[in-house]
Design a protein around this ligand. Structure first.
Ligand code: CDP
Ligand code: MG
Length: 160
């Protein structure tokens, strides 16, 4: 039941100075960061990470967005963490993302606006969608030696 998920703070989140606030949200709900690094990905790497979207009309804009600057890549662990993290992240389109979610609180653009401008949707964050994606994405972004098993307060106050 303890799962790990790949979370990326995309270049828009990094450039806007929201890394700390977003990391805090995950820490506050008792999830554990077990890996973290900054990576500036190129087009080739983007195509690997977003393999399922490469043929889609919005891919060009998405690739421009994800390669715009460094991302903060993290592996975050917790009880059924994949679903919990997606809940905290919110739905893809910021316009419809509920207040309280990261995408609802830090962005507001719509699909219509992004499509009309030929832009990728700047929604600050990526999180693995399911167990298979999490496994694949963690292996793509992190070496085993970059991931750490350790105890923190959550092990005492939340998990037991
Ligand atoms: O990130 P998420 O899993 O919520 O959405 P996705 O459908 O897997 O799409 C990946 C990313 O592509 C989104 O987070 C957006 O940044 C971007 N996207 C876009 O620019 N325009 C779309 N119509 C759909 C997605
Ligand atoms: Mg996705």
């Amino acid at each position: 039941m303890i799962q790990r998920s790949l979370v990326l703070l995309k270049p828009d989140a990094v450039a806007r100075g929201h890394m700390g606030e977003i990391i805090s949200r995950f820490e506050k709900i008792g999830l554990k960061i077990v890996g973290m690094k900054m990576v500036w990905v190129d087009k080739e790497f983007s195509k690997k990470h977003y393999e399922e979207h490469v043929e889609k009309p919005f891919y060009k804009g998405l690739e421009a967005l994800i390669t715009l600057g460094p991302v903060l890549a993290m592996v975050i662990e917790g009880v059924e963490a994949i679903e919990t993290i997606r809940k905290v992240v919110g739905p893809t389109e910021p316009k419809g993302a509920p207040a309280g979610t990261i995408r609802g609180d830090f962005a507001h653009v719509s699909y219509d606006y992004a499509d009309a401008e030929g832009l990728g949707i700047k929604n600050l964050i990526h999180a693995s969608a399911n167990k298979d994606d999490a496994k694949k994405e963690i292996a793509l972004w992190f070496e085993d030696s970059e991931l750490h098993s350790y105890k923190n307060v959550h092990d005492v106050h939340i998990l037991k």
